[in-house]
Every structure is written in C-alpha cells, then in structure tokens.
Design a protein around this ligand. Structure first.
Ligand code: UDP
Ligand code: MG
Length: 340
C-alpha cells in the first residue's frame, strides 16, 4: 500500500487514490543507468526482464552506460545484440553523472510508462507489481522512499537529513526526503521532464517540480550486489550543492538579511562612539576590536561573494547551452516504437 512517510509524503500521496484513469495497455520502458556495473548488469537485466514479463509483454530495457571504465560496454553490447531481450543500449560519450544518464534514458524511452531503476539490485524488483497497480489506480508517479538508512554511515545520514531540511526551507516545491530515483512514471510525467530545458539537472527536485498525482512506496534498499557505489562523500556534497542552488535562493537571501543586521549594529555602534567621544572625550583604544572586526567582516564578505559566485557559475553553465549528455552509440533492439 502507499504509506505516507512524513508530512511531505502525505502532501504527495493523498490518502484516497484519484479516480482510476482509463489507462492504455502498459508499454513499459525500464531505464537502467550503469556506471562500472560489469559485475551486476547481465544478472540484473535478466532479473528485471523476468520481473516485468508478468506485467506486460510490451516492454523495453534501456541501458544507459554512463562512461564506465570497466567492461560494462562489452557486457551491455553483447546483451543487446545476442540475448534476444528487448534491449536498447545507449552509450554516453563519457561519464556525465547519474542525473544526465537518467535524463538520457527518459529522453529515449518510448513506452507509455517509464521505470527508473538502479543496476545494482538495491531497488527491490518485488515492488514493481505494486507500482503497476498504483499507476493503474490513477497515480502518475510512484516513487520509492528509503524507509531505513540503517546501513549507511552516520555522516551520510546526518548530512542527508540536513540537506532536505535546508532545501525544503527555501524551496517553494517540497522535495520529499529520502525519495530517490526508484520511480514509475506515466508518459505525461516523462514528457514534462523532457520539456524542462535546464542542463544542470537535479532530478529529485525536477520530479517534485513537475508535480502530478504521486504515491510514495517505502522500501528498504538491499545491499549493493557487487561492485562499489559511485558516490563518495565529495560527490554527494556537490550533488547537494547542485540541488540547493537549482531549487532555492535561500542562501542569497540569508546574506542580505545578515548584511542588514550587521549594518544596523555598525550604525548603533557608530552612534555610541560619537556620544562617547562628545561626553567623555576621545581616546585611542580599541585597536584589537578594530582588527578583529575587520577580519570578521572581510571573511563574511568573501563568503557572501563565494555564494554569489556559485549561483553565477551555474548561470554561466546554463547560458553555454551545452547538452546534458552526448550519445556515442545507440544500439536499438527494442520492440517499442514512438506513437503519436
Ligand atoms: N550511476 C551512473 N552514473 C554515475 C554514477 C552512478 O549511471 O556517474 C548509476 C549506477 O551504475 C547505479 C546507479 O546510478 O545503477 C546508482 O549508483 P550507485 O549505486 O553508485 O549509488 P548509491 O546507490 O550508492 O547511491
Ligand atoms: Mg547503489
């Protein structure tokens, strides 16, 4: 069942499902981003095909190789050409990051529903029937919510918690915490995402931004089957920064408020000095205060310029209008075709 996990999820997953829509028969596009997944890919794609077959005979699996440096390319190519599975293999020209790989998959999907799922078995295939049911029941997006981060380091858990707090404090669209990229989307949602022109794509924010009737499905991620996570703390940090900068201007506003407060304090202090001098005469003390104040405020100024710079850097990246990804190879053995 769709269980709201928090206020945010409650906002996204109404208790009563919307009235069932007359859905066309399911044609499912499964998007699998793969970065150094040589040890998982074949077993995963076969398991995925087995899990989808009971839902529909019309489906495709889109493997997006995101610039892997291991044998992912060879494995995927062999599967696409020789396994007889309904596969489409898209190789990006280098590593563009998971957000871009997902974007590439969504752009190439031709089904009337799109499933995003990791290649490392962390997203449970058992949930697909429930996702399918919720889609049939009228939800346009069904997303997995990590119900238990017990397996993760304390730093990552605290950092993630803090990130969602700051993000949602400053953003007018609420991004559900702990909702990842494990998602089932209706064609309408996929089309909405495709229409968003930005190149710097923080997907978790974009899913929330496009809206639509959504249901949250809690799950406990399994351990990664083989290989290593591509996300270390530094990469997670830069993803978090991307999220904050693309979805909130709160950091900018914070510095305007801080600047105003400091200016007011300085004004009051200035008046105090004038009065002090008029009433009690001038003296030349206070050099340590002066030195400390100058250092503090130049630090504050540099920090605020730095934050400004982060935003300007993103603006520069956007105006260059480079594509979010480049396709080096498109090996299409999918039975699905574009439909009007
Ligand atoms: N991935 C990708 N490009 C990247 C990093 C990761 O396509 O630059 C894929 C990866 O192959 C996997 C999914 O995104 O299918 C999730 O990555 P990972 O398991 O490394 O992240 P974690 O689960 O630890 O957050
Ligand atoms: Mg993983």
């Amino acid at each position: 069942s769709a269980l709201p996990c928090s206020d945010y999820h409650a906002a996204f997953a109404p208790a009563a499902p919307p009235p069932p829509l007359p859905r066309a028969p399911l044609r499912l596009s499964c998007v699998v981003p793969a970065h150094n997944e040589e040890a998982n890919l074949e077993r995963f794609v076969r398991a995925l095909a087995q899990a989808v077959q009971p839902l529909t005979a019309e489906f495709e699996i889109i493997i997006v190789n995101d610039g892997s440096r291991d044998a992912t390319h060879e494995v995927a190519l062999r599967l696409a050409q020789g396994s007889g599975l309904p596969l489409r293999y898209i190789a990006l020209s280098r590593n563009f990051g998971k957000e871009a790989a997902l974007t590439a998959g969504i752009d190439h999907a031709r089904g009337n529903a799109v499933l995003l799922i990791d290649a490392d078995f962390q997203h449970p295939l058992d949930l697909l029937p429930q996702m399918h049911q919720l889609w049939l029941a009228g939800f346009d997006m069904v997303y997995g919510v990590i119900a238990d981060r017990g397996g993760e380091s304390g730093t990552k858990r605290v950092g993630t918690g803090l990130f969602y707090r700051v993000l949602n404090a400053g953003s007018h669209v609420k991004v559900p915490p702990n909702a990842g990229d494990f998602r089932w989307m209706d064609r309408r949602v996929a089309d909405a995402l495709k229409a968003l022109p930005e190149r710097q794509r923080f997907m978790k924010g974009l899913y929330a931004w496009v809206g639509f009737k959504s249901a949250a499905l809690p799950f406990v991620p399994a351990d990664r089957a083989a290989g290593q996570s591509s996300f270390n703390l530094r990469r997670l940090g830069s993803l978090a920064l991307l999220g904050l900068i693309s979805f909130t201007t709160l950091p900018l506003r914070l510095w305007s408020v801080m600047g105003s407060v400091i200016a007011l304090i300085a004004l009051a202090y200035g008046l105090l000095i004038v009065l002090d001098t008029l009433l009690f005469g001038a003296d030349l003390e206070g050099w340590p205060t002066l030195a400390a104040a100058i250092m503090l405020f130049s630090g504050v100024q540099l920090m605020s310029i730095g934050i400004l710079g982060e935003y300007i850097g993103r603006i520069y990246d956007e105006v260059k209008q480079r594509p979010a990804y480049l396709v080096a190879r498109d090996e299409d053995h999918s039975p699905l075709r574009e439909r009007p």
